[in-house]
Design a protein around this ligand. Structure first.
Ligand code: ATP
Ligand code: MG
Length: 418
């Protein structure tokens, strides 16, 4: 038996209905805010991720699926979507038409992490980006959209955590203060942190190792080093969240696992899940466009972990599974061939008629109809064909009526759409 690759999984019918509902809800919400879909490739040149996400990050150091293609070029299965969206915006000079682009994409991402509940090697993200706009109001709007989405998906106990990472003007001061603090704690930090602390001290704040978290508890906060522009940006964000009635928590230790963030960063957490409680991460990345060789334009966005969202959404898959409007229990060859035409016509008329062609006994068919949750069963055998009328059984009330075979689709529609 050939099994799945570790950390990869199938999403089966029964579970997929929830995924579909989440996707529908998200897309309709995003489109009401003027977002357009973009589809980007699953493979990109390794360099794109190395340069945007950052060489010293967990993702680039140890999580990427990178390999040489047949000509030796290094390519990577995308670990996230932002880099590709920015690459596309630069490559097609989309900004020349209209610098402000509001985009979303939904699809699989790949990271070679240790698999556990809520953490997979192929996982899915719902990714939203606003390119070309530096306003804090856009950040607030994104958070509003997120909170609304989680509400609609019946996700309980979510909290919004925000922080600012400042900009390239105010961050150096902060980095210096942070480095000093880190050096005083280096004995208590893990080997990754010790290796990265000089090149990228912010990474240490993001380390998940408990002893590092403990050691970094009283680290200096970037919020004390913001320059006046960044301070105003952060104040505007807080004020807009208040105006939009969105409760938030300022979390000065929040940084994100990717290097490109500036100013606003945020995370939506759910109390529900324990360890893997971050269901969405996002923030502003005003310098990424330039870093990737594009124009000096700001951007902001977020990525929702679809798998985690599906696990904690209160939507019930069983309520979402499509059940047959009518189950056709056709007995005998002749009835099956007649019923085949009816079921095809019904599908065209928007009626889901499940036709069982197995030729099994009526008892077996009734059992299956019941299991599938059919609203009605249409029984058609040799006798019914001769009489010109089939038996229609209401599975809820158990009432039966006879229904004319002549014009049967119309006759059924009258009953089913009643
Ligand atoms: P974490 O801290 O949980 O590793 P992250 O900071 O690496 O998350 P991001 O890169 O910000 O995550 O991705 C955004 C969201 O994607 C996360 O909040 C999470 O819900 C989801 N996510 C990230 N990695 C995985 C994974 N391996 N499996 C499932 N979901 C994931
Ligand atoms: Mg991670």
């Amino acid at each position: 038996m050939i099994q799945l690759v570790r950390g990869f999984r199938d999403i089966l019918p029964g579970e997929i209905e929830r995924w579909q509902e989440i996707e529908k809800t998200a897309v309709s919400l995003f489109e009401n805010f003027g977002f357009k879909e973009i589809r980007i490739p699953i493979l990109e040149r390794t360099e794109l991720f190395a340069r945007s996400i950052g060489e010293d990050t967990d993702i680039v150091e140890k999580e990427m699926y990178t390999f040489a293609d047949r000509k030796g070029e290094l390519i990577t299965l995308r670990p996230e979507a932002t880099a590709s969206i920015v690459r596309s915006y630069i490559q097609h000079k989309t900004y020349a038409k209209d610098p402000v682009q509001k985009l979303y994409t939904i699809g699989p991402m790949f990271r070679r992490e240790r698999p556990q509940k809520g953490r997979y090697r192929q996982f899915y993200q719902i990714d939203v980006e606003v390119l070309g706009d530096e306003s804090a109001y856009v950040d607030a709007l994104l958070i509003f959209m997120l909170v609304t989405l989680f509400e609609r998906l019946l996700v309980k106990d979510v909290s919004t955590h925000i922080n600012s990472l400042g900009c390239s003007k105010c961050r150096p001061d902060f980095k210096a203060a942070l480095s000093e603090f880190i050096n005083s704690k280096s004995a208590a930090l893990c080997s990754d942190c010790n290796r990265r602390k000089d090149r990228n001290p912010l990474r240490v704040l993001d380390c998940k190792v408990p002893k590092c978290r403990e050691a970094m508890k009283d680290a200096p906060s970037i919020l004390d080093s913001l320059d006046s522009d960044c301070q105003k940006h952060f104040d505007d964000l807080k004020q807009s969240l208040e105006d939009l009635n969105i409760p938030y928590i300022i979390d000065k230790s929040l940084v994100r696992g990717l290097d490109y963030y500036t100013r606003t960063i945020f995370e939506i957490q759910s109390r529900y899940e324990g360890a893997q409680n971050a269901i969405c991460g996002g923030g502003r990345y005003d310098n990424l466009m330039k870093t990737l060789g594009g124009p000096d334009l700001p951007a902001t966005g977020f990525a929702i972990g679809f798998d985690r969202l599906a696990e904690i959404s209160g939507l019930q898959s069983t309520d979402l599974v499509k059940r047959p409007d009518v189950f056709i229990a056709a007995l005998g060859e002749k009835s099956i061939s007649k019923a085949l035409k009816w079921s095809c016509r019904m599908a065209l008329e928007g009626i889901y008629a499940e036709l069982d062609m197995s030729g099994r006994s009526l008892k077996a068919l009734m059992k299956r109809a019941d299991r599938m949750g059919a609203g009605y069963v249409l029984i058609i055998g040799e006798q019914e064909l001769m009489d010109g009328s089939a038996v229609l059984r209401n599975m809820k009330t158990k009432e039966q009526e006879s229904i004319g075979i002549e014009g049967i689709v119309e006759n059924l529609k009258k009953v089913l759409l009643k």
